[in-house]
Design a protein. Sequence first.
Length: 343
Amino acid sequence: MKPRIGSIGQIVVAAMAVLVLMAAPNTAHAIQYSLGNFLVLVDDQLVLKGAADVNCCHGTPAGVRSDLGSRNSIVLGGTLSTDVPVGAPALKDVAVIAPSVTLNNFAHVSMVIYDLTTGTYVVSGSGIVQPSAGNLFSDLGNNPLNNTGSKTLPAFPSFPTITVGAADVVVPQSGSVTISPGNYRDLLIGAFGTINFSQPGIYQFRRIITATASTYELVMQADGVQINVKEFVHLSEFGDVNPTGKSGLTIYVEGFDGTYAGANKNKNGVTRPAGTFPAAFEFGGDASFEACFVFVKNGTANLRGHSLFATQWFGNSLQEISNLGITMESPGEICFTLTSQCP
């Protein structure tokens, strides 16, 4: 949720900071990675093959970055233009941060931080725009965004314990259903249906499924809605998530990639040593998706265009699943307290 500090508190904090600087003007200040500055952060694989745009300066709160990070690997480009950010390499507000980074056809980046001792930096293809001189760094622990020596990327937010209920919520075709915080079984949304989350609080489900592509809506009627899902989420094409733009929407998905006895109709997630299985989360695109963050703890988040995602993404893996253009940008709200990135 968004941290808020009152105006008096802000003045006190600012005054204390000034006093510290006056007392020790020559002290070197540590800078470090901050969870709030990652538009995407995953444990395993981040794959954007294009077309994909990352916007660094649209809706971003002052001082917040839009970096892409992985604790393992990032692959950009290969199909169509993948701009990280739009305006690369002149705009430098977005860094690609992972031990191993691969740039394929039509990848355009401004800043890359990889790790020479534990990973690789591979450039293979045509139409690639690499970082300008001085914006390629080979040490995760020593670079302009982190001088602590630690190569560890920020910890994820704490993940809630999810307890589901016994009754389904069924939205009929072209119908509308309003629910209050509580524990439910499955949320099943019919074609052209609308589900209204009426109050702030926690809504828990086993699964969320929209089986038919249509202009359905998940509407937040209040700020501060938290949606917890035990197994998987399947959101078909043309639906809007949070069309009213309420703040503080968070979505937690616990499940692994898998078929769930055939119930999970998502496209396959990323390929792993154990194989490839339907993703734990999928949004079919051709609409908008706005949330503070989505956290897919153990599986893949599949994103599809033409879509605007004004959201931070955390979890195991994330990938683009079509060549329709997706646009990713900040949710426009500060969901995490930022640690310092200014010396």
